[in-house]
Structures are given as structure tokens and as C-alpha cells.
Design a protein around this ligand. Structure first.
Ligand code: UD1
Length: 416
């Protein structure tokens, strides 16, 4: 089992291009089956979650090949509408295939994705949206058996702006007759990227990025080549790393407007930040101060996926920072690991209070989830001595080459 080992204390300096976004490419891979033809994805990150999606696509009968840096999918041979349990269990977001399989074939059979390391993750809003379009969905013994021969577009109001439910409803609506209007849709940039991809195939979708999305049901008409948007959470991770370790880094290939709440918090904590088209520069002396209160919220609010990462950057900050986690019930599992490194964090329900300590110390720690694992890397870079991080398969779900990237910025970090 491999580990990431970090010798803390190096300042980070240099320039980095940010990988394509995991949370954008996963729904796009599900969307690729809508068109019985070819999809070329540029900038598709090499991630274990992408590999899981590729296994699902191949199981469904698609041809999928890496051609240089591009991922090429040919969905003309799609011949199945089921996803076996072992493939569903690899990745919770595989549930977004439900909408696209139904739209393409009118049938779908897959197992319930269940809970995950962030706590219970129900899919009631996904199922409600698909039922409102006319899908008949039976839940039997952990399995979902769905029929949707005649889906019809209509207005659907989500009870909260769930990212996955918005994506699933968009994909299913492409296969419905007439217009679907999604009200209270999630506004995350990854949804706008999905819309751009669908439009590239010839679907008619508009409004993504706002809370009302309109989809005219119609079969996609053409092959598509799409460049995946940059990963704003990976960008946030490297900014937080430089903030914690000190130094000056420039990130390229990013949309700084996607990161505004994260950079605002880092600025409040004492970092200097400059943004221009496609780039952001962060300069930090390494010792920060409180960022006040940070509340996670749906986009454009502070992303829950950056909560652990920002927390790690502030562990040595002067004063106390309060985190309020409003999206997931159980998103402080990284706290115990950070405390092993000398952090002072107290948690009560959805609130965590971080009181800055003079120093962090390297320790043996374990990833509890993807972003919690990234937080351990950030803390390790700012700690004295050696940090050895285990269970790094969590990190590999969302980071293409964190060791290579951080080494390129001057960190003393290696796989062992
Ligand atoms: C997506 C992201 C994840 C991010 C999250 C919130 C992907 C692959 N994952 O996850 O990285 O942390 O958005 O920004 O894009 N909920 C329900 N019923 C539902 C659906 C959701 O109660 O049917 C709840 C969830 O339990 C959670 C909240 O709504 O508490 C937000 O979840 P959602 O926006 O759906 O997140 P995901 O799409 O799962």
C-alpha cells in the first residue's frame, strides 16, 4: 500500500497548470452515452474515479480509449442498460448514469449508491425529478429498476440545489419529449460545463449557471470534442498549500471567478492574491491569521469541498477561525488526523473552531476521504519534520499527480 511522505518546511515557488475538473468530467462521461457516436474529451484528468466511469462505459458496450491526452468514447455500440453492484460501489457519483441510460434506452437497472465517507447521501431528489419526467422507478432490495419509455418534459422544482440531482435531471430531460424547466437548480460551474458539452452534441440546453435551466428534449445529433474545465478544488488545494507553507505560486489554466470565496478567505487570513485572465498568483509569509467565520454553501458560496483544505492552511494562523459545514452531515473526519499533527480544533455538530497553534509536527496520518486527504498534504507541508500519509487511494480519486505538482513547486514530497 503506498503512502505520501512529506518533509515539511519548504517554501513553495513556481508556476503550475491546473488539471481538468473531476466533478465536471464525471457527469460528462455519463452524458457521452446520449449520442450514439464519438466524444473526444480534452484535458480529461487521469483519476481513479475516471477509471471507474470508464469501466461503467465499457460494461454498457461503449468503446473507450486514451489517445494521447484525450479520452475518446464511442457510444454507438451501447448494448446494456444495467450497472452491476460492484461498479456502482466504486464511486457514488455513478448514480448520474441513471439519467443518461434512461434517456438513451428507456430502461435502467442499478444498485442504490448508499452512503459514503461524508455521511448519508440520499438520492431522493434524483429519483423524484426522474419520476416527474415519467420514469417508473422501483426500489427493491437495494436495487433500482427503472422504465421510462415515454418521458415528457415539465417544470421540476428541486427542494434544494443538489448538484447531482440537477445533472441527473438534465441528462434525463434530453431524452424527454418537449421542454423541461429545472427550478432551484444547482449553479456550480461544473453544471455550466455539462451544458456546454450537451450543446456541443446538439442538445438544446440553456440557463446553466443560473438557478433555472431549460432543456428541450431531443436526441443529440453530432460527435463532439470538448475541453474539460479546470478543477477549482485542485486549484484551491495548491493555493492553500502555498498559503500554509509560505512562498509565491502562480496557477495557470484556472477561472479565478470560480475561486472567489476561497481566495477571499485566504486574503482575509493574510495572503496577497492577484488574478488575471486564466491565472492567479498567491504570496504568503506562511504564518496566517484568522479568516473569521467560513460557512459552506451551494455555489457561489464557499465550497464544502474546500472546507478541510482551508482548515489545514489555517492551523498555525493567529487567532481562531470558525467553520460551519452546511452541506454534509459528517465532514469533519479529517479533524482527528490534523490533531495528531498538533492542531487545536474542537467540533460540535456542524461547527468546528480552529485555534492557531505556534507549530505543527509531522506524524503518521490516514486519509479519511478525498478532500480530508488533501488537507493532510497541506498540513504536512507546513509542519516540522516528516508526515507520512496512508490510505492515499482517497486522494487519487481526485488529484492526477499531487506529488509531481507539489515537487514542481519545491515541496519535499514523495510516494513511498
Ligand atoms: C457534488 C460533488 C461533491 C460536492 C457536492 C456539494 C460531484 C461528483 N460531487 O456531490 O464533490 O461536495 O456536490 O458541492 O460533483 N441530497 C439529498 N438528496 C438528494 C441529493 C442530495 O438529501 O437526492 C443532499 C446530500 O446528502 C447533501 C446535499 O444534498 O447533504 C448536497 O448534495 P449534492 O449537491 O447532491 O452533492 P453531490 O452531487 O452528491
Amino acid at each position: 500500500m503506498s503512502h505520501i511522505t512529506i518533509q515539511g518546511g519548504s517554501r513553495l515557488e513556481g508556476t503550475l497548470a491546473v488539471q481538468g475538473a473531476k466533478n465536471s468530467v464525471l457527469p460528462i462521461l455519463a452524458a457521452a452515452i446520449l449520442h450514439p457516436g464519438r466524444t473526444v474529451l480534452r484535458g480529461c484528468p487521469h483519476l481513479s474515479d475516471v477509471e471507474s466511469s470508464i469501466r461503467i462505459l465499457r460494461h454498457l458496450g461503449c468503446r473507450v480509449d486514451w489517445e494521447g491526452g484525450d479520452l475518446v468514447i464511442d457510444a454507438s455500440g451501447l448494448s446494456r442498460w444495467d450497472i452491476p453492484d460492484h461498479l456502482m460501489r466504486e464511486m457514488r457519483s455513478s448514480v448520474v448514469f441513471l439519467g443518461s441510460i434512461l434517456a438513451r434506452t428507456g430502461w435502467a437497472e442499478l444498485s442504490h449508491p448508499g452512503g459514503c465517507e461524508l455521511g448519508p447521501r440520499p438520492i431522493d431528489m434524483h429519483l423524484s425529478a426522474l419520476r416527474q419526467l415519467g420514469a417508473d422507478i422501483r426500489e427493491e432490495g437495494g436495487f433500482l429498476r427503472c422504465t421510462a419509455q415515454h418521458m415528457t418534459g415539465r417544470e421540476i422544482t428541486l427542494s434544494m440545489p443538489s448538484v447531482g440531482a440537477t445533472e441527473n435531471a438534465m441528462l434525463a430531460a434530453c431524452g424527454a419529449q418537449g421542454e423541461t424547466v429545472l427550478v432551484n437548480a444547482a449553479r456550480e460551474p461544473e453544471i455550466a460545463d455539462l451544458q456546454a458539452f450537451l450543446c456541443g452534441m446538439g442538445c438544446q440546453v440553456k440557463g446553466a449557471g443560473s438557478s433555472t435551466i431549460c432543456i428541450q428534449g431531443r436526441q443529440p445529433t453530432h460527435d463532439v470534442c470538448h475541453t474539460v474545465m479546470p478543477d477549482r478544488i485542485v486549484a484551491a488545494t495548491y493555493l492553500a498549500a502555498a498559503a500554509a507553507a509560505g512562498g509565491e505560486i502562480e496557477l495557470r489554466q484556472i477561472q479565478h471567478s470560480h475561486l472567489s470565496t476561497v481566495t477571499a478567505a485566504l486574503h482575509a487570513a493574510g495572503c496577497q492574491i492577484y488574478s488575471g485572465p486564466g491565472q492567479t498568483v498567491l504570496r504568503s509569509e506562511g504564518r496566517l491569521h484568522s479568516a473569521g467565520t467560513v460557512r459552506t454553501a451551494p455555489y457561489p458560496g464557499f465550497p464544502t469541498d474546500a472546507q478541510a483544505i482551508l482548515m489545514a492552511a489555517l492551523l498555525r494562523g493567529e487567532g481562531a477561525t470558525v467553520f460551519v459545514e452546511n452541506i454534509f452531515e459528517n465532514r469533519y473526519r479529517h479533524v482527528d488526523e490534523l490533531c495528531r499533527m498538533g492542531a487545536d480544533i474542537s467540533v460540535a455538530g456542524r461547527v468546528a473552531v480552529v485555534t492557531g497553534v505556534p507549530a505543527l509536527y509531522g506524524a503518521q496520518v490516514r486519509c479519511t476521504d478525498l478532500r480530508g486527504g488533501a488537507a493532510l498534504m497541506v498540513a504536512g507541508l507546513a509542519a516540522q519534520g516528516e508526515t507520512r500519509i496512508g490510505d492515499i487511494f482517497h486522494i487519487q480519486r481526485g488529484y492526477e499527480d499531487p506529488v509531481g505538482d507539489l515537487r514542481a513547486l519545491g515541496a519535499d514530497i514523495r510516494m513511498s
